[in-house]
Design a binder for this molecule. Structure first.
Ligand code: PMV
Length: 321
């Protein structure tokens, strides 16, 4: 028996970091996906990374790469989804760049969870997938808000707050395009989150105002999305970027990209994800994005013109990639 699932990466459009302390955030699923196929094998549990070219068996002492999978397996047993885990081999592919703030670990965790449950014939719903995959995120990040695995589960656009997901009916305007600009600087979400939380503790009374501003910005962004107002959305992205800079997760590389994107005609640009490197999203149009991409080449490593994918996890029995 074999079963495959895919799940999307994500962009946070508004509210990263602030979301960790319970402020709402808006995220969208990316058209880039991770895929996990599970098939029978004769002994043990084996994980094969098709991108990185390694293959490892689950044992008592796990290397870092296997910890998130082990945690999912232990959790589904502990929570009674499965009484006994069968032997299996899991193949993992991902088109989502790693360490770039695009939710690759959460997409892999969601695809792994759905393939694992399907392989064992368990009945489950999206809420179960979201809950189980959060366990894997806890292994990878310090204190994850849960937004990454929520968007990888549901797809489309969501409003996320403290574990609650509201799926948004509105879509970004057809003529719009999100250009993802990868700074090429790998960084750890865990340490960026830790830094911001430490700053919050140090400057609590001032930070409370910043978090309140981030919250008010979300209401305005929801309205701008509903009204398909790209100019306003771009301005709100600039404001959000200003707040992220204030809490200390921007740097010169990011600021150069944001500044030049707007100079080249983008509606707005901001960090997406933890910052301190990773990726920047640029809001532009299908017509204008190549001019912006050309102009930003000296400042970035990689560009991905992206769409919001309406699909969350998808299960199939085919290996086709
Ligand atoms: O950079 P990423 O994709 O790991 O996103 C992190 C988003 C944060 O808000 C900074 C942390 C979180 O858990 O929500």
């Amino acid at each position: 028996m074999k079963i495959c699932s895919t799940a999307p990466g994500k962009v946070i459009l508004f509210g990263e970091h602030f979301v960790v302390k319970g402020t709402p955030a808006i995220a969208g699923a990316l058209s880039l996906r991770a895929k996990v196929c599970i098939e029978d094998c004769t002994s043990g549990i084996e994980v094969v990374s098709m991108n990185r070219g390694w293959s490892m068996k689950l044992g008592e002492f796990e290397p870092l790469q296997l910890r998130q999978f082990k945690r999912i397996i232990e959790y589904v047993v502990k929570e009674g989804y499965l009484s006994k885990v069968r032997n299996f081999r899991a193949y993992i592919w991902s088109k989502i760049p790693i360490g770039s703030g695009l939710g690759s670990s959460a997409a892999t965790a969601v695809a792994f969870t759905t393939s694992l449950l399907e392989f064992h014939g368990v009945s489950y719903g999206a809420n179960d997938v979201k809950r189980i995959s959060l366990e894997a995120e806890r292994e990878v990040h310090v204190n994850p808000s849960g937004i990454d695995n929520a968007i990888a589960t549901y797809g489309g656009l969501i409003l996320y707050r403290k574990g609650a997901v509201r799926r948004l009916k509105a879509k970004l305007p057809k003529e719009s395009l999100l250009l993802i600009v990868d700074t090429g600087i790998e960084r750890s979400t865990g340490s960026a989150v830790k830094y911001v939380l430490e700053m919050y503790e140090k400057h609590t009374s001032t930070f409370k105002y910043i978090y309140r501003a981030a919250s008010s910005l979300i209401n305005e962004a929801l309205k701008a999305i509903r009204e398909k107002d790209l100019v306003k959305l771009g301005e709100l992205m600039q404001l959000n970027q200003g707040l992220l800079r204030t809490i200390g997760v921007s740097n010169l590389d990011i600021e150069n990209i944001v500044y030049n994107a707007v100079r080249l005609g983008a509606f707005g640009a901001k960090i997406t994800g933890a910052g301190m490197g990773g990726s920047v999203i640029v809001l532009t149009t299908r017509e204008n994005y190549s001019t912006i991409l050309e102009g930003l080449k000296p400042f970035a490593k990689r560009f991905i013109p992206a769409k919001i994918d309406p699909r969350g996890y998808v299960v199939s029995s085919s290996y086709a990639h």
